[in-house]
Design a protein around this ligand. Structure first.
Ligand SMILES: [Zn+2]
Length: 269
């Protein structure tokens, strides 16, 4: 783990935190781990997938996670992620709707409304939380490899700017996700990365013929920097979900038999 991050334990709920975010007055946020929830079996214990478990169990995990991190359980905005680069801006109208799940084909969400919690789901894909402390604008982004190549992090920055954010003041935290040690891709996917990033993104050779290892963290840092976010404002947890599958859900490690992690962020009212 990078030393700009640490683990917080509260009532059994273990949350990954970013030190730079802690310095912002009224900011509530966190990256979940597998620890502190009520999910059984393959999903143990803190999964947030309504597709895989009952509403009761997932709601209880949300309730526990929100209580441990000061997040607004009754005003959360969730997205139906489909590897697009669509980012939605949401406002006060989304408050007090419980766990709102009406946003379709959306992989990122931004808001300037205090008291509204934004959620992104991952299990190997890259979760990115962002905040602009002066404009009080926040973002939660799901960047899989497709979203990364399609620059979803830059789309989120541009939606934040539309709400008054200055890119040079944005802080970004890149959470637990599959690392360059385990994100192996075939030639077709490699070609998409090469087309998008050129020589700016280095690749490691894989042991498998015709495959290579891609660094999604570095790719997303490039996307953010292109969008005007300062290098020193981008914090990468450097936690590989595959390597650390007992603490984080990994889609590849489990061949899909896994729960979902969240990144969550809100400005306090
Ligand atoms: Zn790894």
């Amino acid at each position: 783990m990078n030393n700009s991050f640490y683990l917080q334990e509260k009532n059994g709920v273990i949350t990954l935190k970013c030190r730079a975010f802690d310095e912002i007055e009224g900011l509530r946020y966190g990256f979940s781990t597998r620890h502190g929830g009520v999910s059984p079996g393959d999903y143990a214990s803190m999964s947030f997938s309504y597709q895989k478990e009952s509403e009761e169990i997932v709601d209880e995990n949300f309730r526990l996670f929100c209580a441990a991190n000061g997040l607004p359980f009754e005003s959360l905005v969730l997205t139906h992620q489909t590897h697009t680069n669509h980012v939605a801006a949401v406002d006060e109208a989304y408050k007090n709707r419980g766990r709102d799940r009406t946003l379709r084909e959306t992989d990122g969400v931004v808001t300037a409304a205090a008291g509204l919690g934004l959620i992104c789901f991952t299990a190997d894909c890259v979760p990115i939380l962002m905040v602009e402390p002066e404009a009080r604008v926040v973002a939660a982004v799901h960047a899989g490899w497709r979203g990364t190549v399609r620059s979803i992090a830059a789309e989120a920055v541009s939606k934040m700017v539309a709400l008054g954010a200055d890119p040079q003041k944005i802080l970004a935290a890149i959470g637990p996700s599959i690392g360059p040690c385990h994100f192996e891709v075939g030639a077709e996917v490699q070609a998409e990365f090469t087309a998008r990033f050129g020589e700016a993104l280095p690749y490691q050779k894989s042991n498998r013929e015709g495959h290579s290892m891609v660094d999604l963290w570095a790719a997303n840092r490039l996307v953010l920097q292109e969008a005007g976010v300062l290098k020193e404002h981008i914090f990468t947890a450097k936690i590989c979900t595959f390597c650390n599958n007992s603490d984080y859900y990994s889609h590849r490690y489990t061949n899909g038999r896994r729960g979902s992690l969240i990144g969550a962020i809100a400005m306090e009212e």
